[in-house]
Design a protein around this ligand. Structure first.
Ligand SMILES: Cc1cc2nc3c(=O)[nH]c(=O)nc-3n(C[C@H](O)[C@H](O)[C@H](O)COP(=O)(O)OP(=O)(O)OC[C@H]3O[C@@H](n4cnc5c(N)ncnc54)[C@H](O)[C@@H]3O)c2cc1C
Length: 375
């Protein structure tokens, strides 16, 4: 069987790896001129790490293993800590990693037989008599199935009978970057009401950071460092340290949108990752879900193209929708700014026993809940 994969982001690269290793003839089309990671860094939780390992991609020694993920208030006081190292013995480690390194590992792992074409923005996708035809500026190609991982504004999704779906604005905008900062082995997020700051240690003693603020969509935001620092002033602890180290406005700035409801594909076209279910990054699970999807798509296609979409949806729909809705809710709660509501929320978080956090994390990363995909 031959499969065309569209998009060489984390989802598409994982899919190409999974399918090629399972014996499919794979052609990968990417619109950029090369493997170009967009963004700064990522948390790859244990559920993604296990999928990657099953494809021969190990993060051991390539990324920063995380001991814990902490939420702090604006002053830097601890609100909650999820112990990833505590659960690592059961479910495996979680890592902070730069996107560049993640892309490098995935692209280097691609079996030689995968035909990769850059500068190949797919224009049309259509199904004709049991084959899917894909047009690019360089020509037309056909395959038994298409796995489209072309991101949140997927042009493949827009062409399906399901329609493009609706993008939903989260009400927040985000700046990201990386810097030389030894953040140890703890990922920290500090909640400051209308603003939020995250610091994630990655490989080579560096850190990936993100700064989130309430804002209407489409605003340029601060242009000078003075204005930017004023927007994020008042943070203590690691977050305050991070803000004080920035000397320019971080160049990566995006409004945070998500796809209102997942769309999984149509006929012989399977969507995955952000193309299927772009979510807010509040649980750090967008790329992780794309990685799980990639393996699920391979497993769904294994018995044949007939019924593959249904099998794929059965494996993914419930789980992904829960993660997507939980992420939306966490983002809203994180940006509460009514002082009374914040005080109640913070007190509740401080009083919540660690076992509850363990359960929450387990529900995300444990093999049982992540279906057969991550075993
Ligand atoms: C601020 C922020 C922080 C995040 N943090 C985390 C985190 O810690 N952990 C986590 O798991 N996730 C995180 N995410 C989510 C994660 O970045 C995405 O879910 C993930 O990158 C999606 O991967 P993808 O492969 O589906 O899509 P993309 O990365 O968008 O890749 C799509 C690819 O398709 C290509 N393409 C597009 N159109 C075409 C076309 N017509 N033809 C050919 N190629 C095409 C693009 O050039 C691109 O290479 C975060 C997201 C944001 C915004």
């Amino acid at each position: 069987m031959d499969v065309i994969v569209i998009g060489a982001g984390i989802g598409g690269l994982t899919a190409a790896n999974a399918l090629a290793r399972d014996g499919y003839q794979v052609r990968l089309f990417e619109r950029s001129a090369g493997f170009e990671p967009v963004g700064a860094g990522l948390v790859l939780a244990a559920n993604a790490v296990r999928v990657l390992e099953s494809l021969g991609v190990s993060l051991d020694g390539e990324a920063q293993q995380l001991r814990s993920m902490e939420v702090r208030d604006k002053t830097g006081d601890l609100l909650s800590a999820l112990s990833t190292s505590h659960l690592a013995t059961q479910h495996g480690p979680s890592y902070g990693i730069s996107r560049a390194r993640a892309h490098q590992l995935l692209s280097q792992a691609l079996p030689r037989e995968v035909e990769v074409t850059f500068n190949a923005a797919v224009e049309t996708v259509s199904e004709v008599r049991g084959r899917v035809w894909v047009s690019t500026p360089g020509g037309e190609y056909a395959a038994d199935a298409v796995v489209a991982a072309d991101g949140i504004r997927s042009s493949v999704r827009a062409q399906l009978p399901t329609g493009p779906g609706r993008l939903r604005y989260s009400g927040t905008t985000c700046w990201r970057g990386m810097l030389d900062l030894d953040a140890g082995d703890i990922a920290t997020e500090a909640w400051g009401g209308r603003t939020r700051v995250g610091v994630v240690p990655i490989e080579d003693g560096r850190a990936y950071y993100y700064l989130v603020a309430d804002a209407p969509a489409g605003q340029p935001g601060p242009t000078t460092m003075t204005e930017f620092a004023a927007l994020f002033e008042g943070f203590g602890g690691v977050a305050g340290d991070l803000v004080s180290r920035l000397d320019t406005v971080p160049p990566l700035h995006h409004d945070l949108f998500e796809l209102d409801r997942p769309i999984w594909g149509s006929g012989r076209v399977l969507l995955l990752g952000d193309a299927a279910h772009s979510m807010t990054p509040n649980q750090g699970q967008g790329a992780v879900m794309a990685i799980e999807d990639a393996k699920a798509a391979m497993l769904a296609l294994r018995p044949g193209v007939e019924g593959a979409l249904q099998r794929y949806q059965e494996m993914r729909a419930r789980r992904v929708r829960k993660v997507q809705l939980d992420s939306r809710r966490i983002g809203q709660v994180a940006h509460w700014h009514n002082p009374l509501a914040v005080a109640v929320r913070n007190a509740a978080m401080r009083l919540t026993p660690a076992s509850s956090g363990d359960r929450m994390l387990t529900s995300l990363v444990a093999p049982g809940v992540a279906l057969a995909v991550t075993r």
